[in-house]
Design a protein around this ligand. Structure first.
Ligand code: FES
Length: 178
């Protein structure tokens, strides 16, 4: 029981679990810094970050689509790096910074999407916005070719790619201080 209660105080990482051979059972309390706000959640070892964001924290920007991360719809930033929340376990994010599309509402990217009419149903849009944020942070002056290559992990079933690319090209050229 002592070991179980220790798990509730500090969430182990998946890597630590592999090294110790310890099997994590039951719920662990995990602390996440979500869009700049510290949140504590109680999760099972199998709980994905996407489930935690959507069903515990009511942040529904990241979407469940493929389940294996191949659509890019669940893209979020963990410590500034883009990951698929659908394939990331919440316990591996203990004390990490999570940025979702909701945390980018004042960023120039959503405004560029509006200017360029870069969404139809909008289901893919949060994943694109987060992926673009990560890309432009590393490549603020990217060329159109580089932008096209960088977004090949995000799928838009409405086929709005041309306008999405236009929006990102605009941002890379400094459009609206992008
Ligand atoms: S705008 Fe509908 S899936 Fe992209």
């Amino acid at each position: 029981m002592a070991a179980a209660s220790a798990l509730h105080q500090q969430a182990p990482t998946a890597g630590a679990q592999e090294q110790s051979g310890e099997v994590i059972r039951g719920k662990s309390v995990v602390t996440l810094d979500v869009n700049g706000v510290k949140r504590k959640v109680s999760v099972e070892p199998r709980t994905t970050l996407l489930e935690t964001l959507r069903y515990q924290l009511d942040l529904t920007g990241a979407k469940p689509v493929s389940g294996d991360g191949s659509s890019g719809a669940s893209t979020v930033l963990v410590d500034g790096k883009p990951v698929m929340a659908s394939t990331t376990l919440t316990i591996t994010c203990h004390n990490k910074s999570i940025t979702t599309a909701e945390g980018l509402s004042d960023d120039p990217i959503p405004a560029a999407f509006v200017r360029h009419d870069a969404q139809q149903c909008g289901f893919c849009t949060p994943g694109f916005v987060v992926a673009i944020k990560a890309f432009l942070q590393k490549h603020p002056n990217a060329t159109e070719d580089e932008i096209r290559k960088s977004l090949n992990g995000n799928i838009c079933r409405c086929g709005t790619y041309a306008n999405i690319i236009d929006a990102v090209v605009d941002l890379a050229k400094g459009g609206a201080n992008g």
